[in-house]
Design a protein around this ligand. Structure first.
Ligand SMILES: Nc1ncnc2c1ncn2[C@@H]1O[C@H](COP(=O)(O)OP(=O)(O)OP(=O)(O)O)[C@@H](O)[C@H]1O
Ligand SMILES: [Mg+2]
Length: 316
């Protein structure tokens, strides 16, 4: 995809603090109308990258385009941003807060108030619309801040760790909100450590580790990077299993006799393996080829000692 079609595009973007490179050679595109996940361990460079998109800090190298502008500053009214550090005026009410922030993004007072009340109602905060923020719980205040981020119906929504601090019910509510935004044709980029949210929501995801891109692509593409493992229960022995096509390793379960874990070649097809077992007359009483969870992929790709791919996402 060319830069012109992307909601967000980074070209070899870097950010240094003195000698320290917080972000290095980062390139990616976010398609309009998609949900994009920004994943990585603590200190990986997620917030730094988001702040560069927002125009809050300038990149040291490379080029950024946000809705066709060098940063979100040039298109402020079309962008909503939830910062990592939460903070609202404690003396204001949720209603005042949302209306105030909507007005800063160019909304007129009456429609801003109407939309704010609608959102507070829909997200279970109507009873607190006129309480002071300081009387709200931390999670409730965070919900108010999320509503203030989207009140002006931005084309692009950038959320830094939006799920952290919310209970499971409100995490679910936020997932639905993100899906609603996509249904309305908006673009959403969010950072997270919680793989399940990314797994459920994202069209594409980016893994960043130590400031460099470790992976960029769809969840299926991330899965293809992981060797598939298959659990088998069989009367066949390890040598028979090792001779099957696509098998690179056979590990016998030390506790349960007849149970094995097979590690498959990248891209090997489990159904093909099942067929080969039947053709060779191997008796199976169990066969489990569940897909690797994003969590495992994440650990394999960015865990300690994992090699970091270069900025084009190809393995070194
Ligand atoms: N203003 C700054 N001066 C110096 N170093 C900085 C500055 N801001 C960030 N860093 C460093 O850059 C690196 C990336 O930080 P960043 O906040 O982007 O990480 P993150 O991926 O958002 O992590 P987390 O998951 O903990 O929020 C860290 O090592 C951090 O110490
Ligand atoms: Mg951060």
């Amino acid at each position: 995809m060319s830069t012109g079609e992307s909601a967000i595009s980074f070209r070899e973007v870097g950010k240094s603090y003195g000698d320290f490179r917080a972000v290095e050679g980062l390139s990616f595109n976010v398609a309009p109308g998609s949900i994009y996940g920004f994943l990585g361990p603590n200190g990986a460079g997620k917030t730094t990258s988001l702040r560069m998109m927002l125009g809050m800090i300038a990149p040291s190298t490379g080029e950024i385009s946000v809705l066709g502008s060098p940063s979100a500053m040039g298109v402020r009214e079309r962008v909503g941003y939830l910062p990592e550090e939460r903070g609202l005026y404690r003396r204001m009410t949720p209603l005042e807060t949302i209306v105030y922030l909507a007005r800063l993004k160019g909304m007129d007072a009456a429609p801003a108030r109407k939309k704010a009340l609608e959102l507070l109602e829909r997200f279970g905060l109507a009873a607190f619309a006129k309480s002071r923020i300081e009387a709200l719980s931390k999670g409730m205040a965070q919900k108010v801040q999320i509503l203030a981020t989207i009140v002006h119906a931005p084309d692009l929504v950038i959320l830094d760790e939006p799920f952290s601090g919310l209970d499971p019910v409100n995490q679910q509510v936020l997932e639905e909100l993100v899906e609603d935004l996509r249904r309305e044709g908006r673009t959403v980029l969010f950072s997270t450590h919680v793989m399940q949210h990314a797994e459920r929501l994202c069209d594409r995801l980016l893994l960043i580790a130590r400031g460099k891109l470790a992976f960029e692509g769809t969840l299926d593409e991330a899965r293809d990077r992981m060797p598939q493992t298959i659990k088998l229960t069989t009367s066949a022995d390890a040598a028979d299993l090792a001779a099957l096509p696509g098998v690179v390793k056979v590990a016998a379960d030390p506790v349960h006799a007849g149970s094995y874990e097979l590690t498959m070649k990248n891209g090997a097809d489990g159904e093909n393996l099942l067929r080969s077992c039947f053709e060779r007359g191997l008796q199976l009483t169990g066969f489990d080829m569940s897909e690797p969870a994003l969590h495992d992929i994440f650990v394999a790709l960015v865990g300690e000692g994992a090699e970091v791919a270069d900025s084009r996402g190809t393995a070194p």
